[in-house]
Design a protein around this ligand. Structure first.
Ligand code: GDP
Ligand code: IMO
Ligand code: MG
Length: 421
């Protein structure tokens, strides 16, 4: 596919669709790669030859030595970013990163609050990554957050931290009955040192993108997926940001512009954490997808729940995101299944419905499936024509159902295991 101007890499399902791999492929021809939301709840994998990179905050474009930006829609854990920078540098890669001054900072009490809130929810827990994401966004929207620019100002940071620390200590104590683990002095010392190391990466990402969007190739790498979106996902079993394509404008800070949107679509569906999942498979086919697809979380190591591809979900995802292209990933994982099913219709109380807006309605829906004959992917196919006929039938059905062209088919984790259509 031709990439001019801005291109958004968006997760079309519940995350872990292969955004890292596709970003790595697409960014070869890009000038700038921008992470625009989420935090180190994300885990993006890039495989280059025998080397495996797992990024939580760093845009995947760093492997290609591209200029990488962290936009203000991100919640940034400085410990994690510093660790990633060091790891990448150790592997001989030059890090060219820019962090927006308005980016919110995750502090140790956010992690403690995340854990405490999950514990309290007990059997209703969200299944968060406990990386402090929700509490950090709560502070942002509660207008209590500490931003990167504040962290770099020692006096201001000390003042803001004092107020926040006391407040969180009280919440942990009075609401959850837990004694705070981190100390004010400890955070101050550690984060002042981190600020000194990260200071050189400060830059106005909003302006950088504004200045580049019409003259250069800019790639926007989302984290999570559409059904984890705080508004459009399966609320409350969602994350606390907007992984959808339209969020780039507010999360980076540039005016609405015509952008391409490439939807990363796993050839089946996975989900980590709690919440409804209509096409879920708790049988040997589900086990096949877990084992062959190696469906274990990149961030928490949790086993991912697996099921058939759900086109009703994807139709909704397309309406919200405006897909211009599809990248189908992990098609090879379906090899070995005699029959493959795809969710094509939802009914609720006997009526055909679109993907519903609440989880109560979703739980009342019944899925109808279309069945396909299986196929074999060897991983050696390099053109669309080399794919087996049954694989092409499967792909064509997805294309026709959604009315969006497939531009990439991924048939293995490596860069080379990719078909550009
Ligand atoms: P992300 O969060 O969307 O970047 O996805 P993850 O990296 O969390 O999960 C995708 C996993 O699938 C990673 O381990 C990738 O290396 C792997 N992967 C990506 N594309 C393919 C593919 O086409 N086939 C197979 N077998 N694995 C893939
Ligand atoms: P990538 O970018 C899959 C899920 C968690 C949980 C919910 C809320 O690798 O696709 P949070 O810690 O964000 O408050 O948890 O969101 N979740 C993800 N699931 N991939 C991710 O990121 C995820 N990031 C968060 O499992 O259900
Ligand atoms: Mg992931």
């Amino acid at each position: 596919m031709v990439h001019i101007g801005g291109l958004v890499i968006v997760g079309s399902q519940w995350g872990d669709e292969g955004k890292g791999k596709v970003t790595d492929i697409m960014c070869e021809k890009s000038d700038l790669v921008v992470r625009y939301q989420g935090g180190n709840n994300a885990g993006h994998t890039v495989v280059v030859g025998e080397e495996v990179f797992k990024f939580h905050l760093m845009p995947s474009g760093v492997v290609h030595g591209k200029k990488c930006c962290i936009a203000n829609g991100v919640v940034l854990d400085p410990r994690v970013l510093m660790k990633e920078i060091k790891e990448v540098q150790k592997r001989g890669i030059t890090v060219d990163i820019m962090i927006d001054p308005l980016t919110q900072i995750i502090l140790p009490y956010h992690n403690e609050l995340d854990g405490a809130s999950e514990k309290e929810l007990d059997d209703k827990k969200i299944g968060t990554t406990t990386r402090g994401i929700g509490p950090a966004y709560k502070d942002k929207y509660g207008r209590d957050g500490i931003r990167f620019i504040d962290l770099l100002d020692e006096k201001l940071f000390a003042k803001k931290l004092k107020k926040n620390y006391e407040h969180k200590k009280n919440i942990l104590d009075k609401i959850y009955g837990i004694e705070i683990e981190c100390t004010y002095e400890g955070i101050l010392e550690e984060y002042n040192a981190l600020a000194d190391k990260l200071r050189k990466y400060l830059g106005d990402v909003s302006k950088e993108v504004y200045d580049s969007i019409h003259t250069k190739k800019v790639l926007f790498e989302s984290a999570q997926g559409t059904f984890l979106d705080i508004s459009y996902g399966t609320y409350p079993y969602v994350t606390s940001s907007h992984p959808i394509s339209g969020a780039v404008f507010t999360d980076v800070g540039f005016p609405p512009t015509n952008l391409d949107v490439i939807a990363i679509v796993k050839a089946y569906t996975t989900r980590v954490g709690s919440g409804p999942f209509l096409c879920e498979l708790n049988d040997e086919v589900g086990d096949h997808l877990v084992n062959v697809g190696q469906e274990f979380g990149t961030t928490t190591g949790r086993k991912r729940r697996c099921g058939w591809l759900d086109l009703v979900m994807l139709k909704y995802s397309n309406r919200i995101n405006g897909f211009t292209d599809l990248a189908i990933t992990k098609l090879d994982v379906l090899t070995g299944l005699e029959k493959i099913k795809v969710g094509v219709k939802y009914t609720m109380d006997g009526e055909v419905v679109n993907f519903p807006l609440t989880i109560d309605q979703l739980e009342k829906c019944i899925v109808e499936y279309k069945e396909f004959d299986g196929f074999t992917i060897t991983g050696k196919e390099r053109t669309y024509d080399e794919l087996e006929e049954n694989a092409k039938i499967y792909l064509k059905f997805i294309e026709d159902y959604l009315g969006v062209k497939i531009s990439i088919v991924s048939i293995g984790p490596k860069r080379s295991e990719t078909i550009i259509v």
